[in-house]
Design a protein around this ligand. Sequence first.
Ligand code: NAP
Length: 327
Amino acid sequence: MHKRKLGNTGLEVSAIGLGCMGLSFGYGPAVEQQAGIALIRRAFELGVTFFDTAEAYGPGANEELLGAAVQPFRDQVVIATKFGFVDGVPTKGVDSRPETIRAVADASLKRLKTDHIDLFYQHRVDPDVPMEEVAGTVKRLIEEGKVRHFGLSEAGEQSIRRAHAVHPVAALQSEYSLWWREPEHKVFPTLDELGIGFVPFSPLGKGFLTGAIDKDTSFDSSDFRNVVPRFSEENRKANAGLVEVLGSIADGKGATRAQIAIAWLLAQKPSIAPIPGTTKISRLEENLGAAAISLSADDLTAIEAALAQITIVGERYPAHLQQRVDK
Ligand SMILES: NC(=O)c1ccc[n+]([C@@H]2O[C@H](COP(=O)([O-])OP(=O)(O)OC[C@H]3O[C@@H](n4cnc5c(N)ncnc54)[C@H](OP(=O)(O)O)[C@@H]3O)[C@@H](O)[C@H]2O)c1
């Protein structure tokens, strides 16, 4: 697996990382501890050195799992985690007060069984705490050696600029995939201007782009996709055309849809490192295979032309969470 530099702050990661969230949170019951550890260790064996977690995933449970899994090779990997929700619970609202950030950092370090967090993201912008205070707090954590790099998630241009003016932002993590391309015009110009890396989350469209989900799929009662408008039965049916188009592109390249979705992201810019998530080792291996697929300019043009024929329907967040996305 080749490596990539995320932004100008010297952070180097495997081109494809592992999103660990689904092992503990969001998409149904958590996996057994040993199975989660085995999957994370298999990712490392296959060259993954970039692992994504958050206080909110569990809360705490996913950091504990990751911390246990990477113990034998902790110094060879980049651990990214996130702060910024009340008690680490997204439904309770945001909290990026300096004292909260510091407390979360200490608690995350303990759960991760490490003495430093490689990349510490603000999970969502907190409208009640000036970004300068947030960035200043993370800057001090960096000076103290508890954190190495500063990141933001789903932040808009003004927040990115304000943060970066206080301390260089290494990476922005926001949703980006073949069916959600807003970052291209909303933040990419700013990231390129300031030298900030980009980490696309939900790169497989929360599973939809792989073709494994259709209108008849039923999700576990604790699965977040039950409340996502884009995943209503009606919208899954309406968006099936995208899965079909991806299938023919994948066939043409001798690849799978998941691999094309990831390879397409890798082709968008040099400073990008997607973090697909899975609970299954076979899918992990499939997804990492995307690093070996290179899409030519002609391939990318053909994908663009095919996508232009398709209209995606359904919001990517329910209304109460949509308000959290920074303008
Ligand atoms: N910053 C944020 O606010 C934020 C928000 C969401 C996610 N994230 C991060 O981004 C990571 C990835 O995003 P995500 O988990 O939301 O979505 P994703 O990576 O787009 O998709 C994950 C889903 O796809 C399925 N899947 C994975 N590989 C597959 C394959 N090859 N074939 C068929 N199905 C496949 C998984 O199911 P199985 O487990 O059954 O394989 C899972 O349900 C998360 O783990 C988390 O670390 C961050």
